[in-house]
Design a protein around this ligand. Structure first.
Ligand code: ADP
Ligand code: MG
Length: 378
């Protein structure tokens, strides 16, 4: 079961009319047996990256290694990598069973062995009763299982999945997601899973590689991406409900240094852990990000308290979302399922200073992530 390594990989599509740089200088290592998600908005280069790994798309420059083999010039068959596609790509004139065993037949495997593998994989995915049917009589959930079975039957050493849940309805999506997670545990295979849905990535992945505009933004565990986002894009893309952003000015006077929200909605003392980077900061206007889970209800007058008024209260069962109007800005926080609010109600909240993120207004780079978050205080 090998690891996969991409080194300075580029994909440029060229046609007479245009040139699209779909993947730019991608460096990414996936360790043996790891479940890696490639996450990013539509068009950011996820499918192109997978297709280069599997060998369906040429690599414009760079190197792709599977285990200790440089696979740039190897055919898809030689790479021992299998991919399950977003569009299931099933042959309509073949039965489900014939569709699943098709890759084995193409390899010239004798029928008895093909049948043995078919029985195994069909039982693993609980689709044994479908084998004689035709793809046109299947539901989308069943087609997804068949597409997975056809990839798995090759016993690939690396298994690639491209948005496998995108055509399924919500209930089936959670079910199939759990099944994929279980398959990963059972098979112990290296998996690379593409999605634009952060909740899927967070639920499945050991590590997540976040891409945007053809470039890798950050690779990390869910906690690393939440607690130490590399930039504003990652901070915004990961987290539910989304992070709150505010433009702030850093104001220094003799007594204290404060973060003042630029429309005057609130002021906070500067977190003490930021003192060490204060001298390195250029300019005075920045952006801060505060996650809804890092804001708590508080009725005492701490300097880091913020007063607002309930604008939207969403009762969601396990936890509730409260959006406050604070001056001209909005602030969303998560409250327990025992807290209820009326529109217009006055609310005081506390922003955890150890968990406020500071971003450059120009580049979006996170300026505070290297400071850590555990031991610091105001
Ligand atoms: P994603 O899977 O993240 O949505 P893709 O890898 O499919 O992104 O596409 C990345 C970019 O490359 C997009 O701008 C897309 O339009 C372009 N692209 C993808 N495939 C081709 C192709 N065969 N020819 C030209 N451009 C392509
Ligand atoms: Mg895609």
């Amino acid at each position: 079961m090998p690891s996969v390594r991409l080194q300075q990989v580029n994909k440029i599509y060229r046609s007479k009319r245009e040139r699209v740089h779909a993947v730019r200088d991608l460096n990414l290592g996936i360790t043996e047996g790891e479940f890696m998600c490639l996450l990013g908005p539509s068009g950011c280069g996820k499918t192109s990256s997978l297709r280069m790994i599997v060998g369906l798309e040429s690599i414009s420059s760079g190197e792709i290694w599977i285990g200790d083999r440089l696979v740039n010039d190897l055919s898809p068959q030689e790479r021992n990598v299998a991919m399950s596609f977003e569009s299931y790509a099933l042959y309509t004139h073949l039965s489900v069973g014939e569709n699943i065993t098709f890759p084995l037949k193409a390899k010239g495997m004798p029928p008895p062995e093909r049948r043995k593998r078919l029985v195994e994989v069909a039982s693993m995915l609980e689709i044994s009763s479908l084998l004689k049917m035709t793809p046109s009589s299947l539901s989308s959930g069943q087609m997804q299982q068949v597409s997975l079975a056809r990839a798995l039957i090759r016993e690939p050493s690396v298994f690639l999945l491209d948005e496998p849940l995108s055509h399924l309805d919500v209930n089936l999506r959670v079910y199939t997601r759990n099944r994929i997670k279980r398959l990963h545990t059972e098979l112990d295979t290296t998996m690379i899973y593409v999605t634009h849905d952060q909740l899927e990535a967070v639920a499945l992945a050991d590590r997540i590689a976040v891409m945007n505009f053809a470039e890798l933004q950050q690779v990390g565990t869910r906690e690393e991406l939440l607690d130490r986002p590399a930039n504003r894009f990652v901070a915004d893309f990961i987290g539910e409900p989304p992070i709150n952003f505010y433009e702030v000015e850093i104001q220094e006077d003799l007594r204290e240094t404060t973060l003042r929200e630029t429309s005057g909605a609130f002021s906070l003392p500067l977190p003490s852990r930021w003192e060490s980077i204060l001298d390195q900061l250029e300019g005075t206007v920045f952006e801060i990000g505060v996650r809804p889970h890092d804001i708590t209800l508080h009725d005492r007058g701490y300097p880091q308290s913020v007063q607002g008024e309930c604008e939207i209260f969403e009762f969601l069962g396990e936890e509730n979302h409260l959006t406050l109007k604070v001056g001209e800005v909005r602030m969303t926080l998560v409250v327990s399922n025992r807290e209820f609010f009326e529109t217009g109600e006055k609310v005081t909240v506390y922003l955890d200073p150890n968990r406020i993120h500071l971003f450059s207004k120009d580049s979006g780079a996170c300026l505070s992530s290297q400071l850590g978050s555990e031991s610091a205080s105001w």
